[in-house]
Design a protein around this ligand. Structure first.
Ligand SMILES: Nc1ncnc2c1ncn2[C@@H]1O[C@H](COP(=O)(O)OP(=O)(O)O)[C@@H](O)[C@H]1O
Ligand SMILES: [Mg+2]
Length: 246
């Protein structure tokens, strides 16, 4: 494990990769021929998982925090990591949803990505639907390849489906093409959403496909983000008061 990738220069036949190593700095560029098996770290770097979740593992996702019975959800999520090959064989993914912001949907999806990268060493990509829409619009060099890699990655997270604004036909079509492709190629996708799949305000054809290739994971309606923020605020104030007393 070399640390974070700082720079990749692609040339025919392979790439020169420069790493940024803690307490050392930038390395000399390493020659990595095409087709070389990628390391976990490199997969992670290429996954586009948001920085706050890059190193989160399934163990860090607290199920007991919701104070509700989440046994079924937990079982489905465990099955997904343990039997991922079977999910792949069926081209099946997950639909993680809850109407409440901060309830842990994105975090859970990222924990699952990390788990899959670790266990199976396959390509995983994360993109939010608004970013996917921007990417499709982007005509700059490299955006086409990025779009292709999202189509073809072995596991894709499409975060916040249904959050795309406006019912513009081209957006609907772009999402249809992506979801349809993943379904036809048996490539699992994890969707996260604020809405029940059946109630997504999208093209019916897309909704049908999402429903047919996903297993639902309902996250309880509780803003864990807000609860954690309130708790750390309380501890901060308590710390100040204790210091004053001392
Ligand atoms: N089950 C959980 N276990 C631990 N932390 C959680 C959990 N759910 C949410 N959090 C915390 O709340 C934050 C917001 O979660 P996030 O996944 O972004 O919410 P959502 O995508 O549902 O809006 C996370 O960064 C994490 O700190
Ligand atoms: Mg989210």
């Amino acid at each position: 494990m070399l640390g974070l990738i700082k720079f990749v220069q692609r040339v025919p036949g392979g790439s020169f990769v420069t790493y940024d190593v803690e307490h050392y700095g930038e390395t000399q560029p390493f020659w990595i021929p095409d087709g070389t098996v990628m390391g976990t770290e490199e997969r992670r770097n290429q996954s586009m998982i948001p920085p706050e979740y890059v190193y989160k593992t399934a163990k860090e996702f607290q199920w007991d925090i919701y104070g509700e019975n989440v046994k079924l959800q937990k079982q489905i999520v465990n099955a997904f990591t343990v039997n991922f090959r079977e999910f792949e064989r069926q081209g099946r993914g997950l639909y993680i949803y809850s109407g409440t912001k901060g309830s842990g949907k994105t975090m859970l999806a990222c924990c699952l990505c990390n788990e899959i990268i670790e266990r199976y060493g396959i390509s995983v990509k994360f993109i939010s639907v608004p970013d996917f829409v921007e990417l499709i619009k982007d005509k700059r060099e490299g955006s086409r390849e990025k779009t292709d890699s999202i189509y073809q990655t072995r596991l894709l997270v499409l975060d916040d489906i249904g959050a795309q604004t406006g019912k513009q036909e081209w957006i609907d079509n772009a999402l249809f093409r992506l979801v349809d492709y993943r379904k036809r190629e048996f490539l699992p996708t994890i969707f996260t959403s604020n809405s029940d799949a059946e109630k997504l305000k999208m093209d019916d054809r897309t909704v049908d496909r999402i429903v047919s290739i996903s297993t639902d994971v309902k996250i309880p309606e509780r803003s864990i983000r807000r609860e954690k923020a309130a708790e750390s605020n309380r501890m901060f104030i308590q710390g100040l008061l204790d210091a004053e007393k001392a």
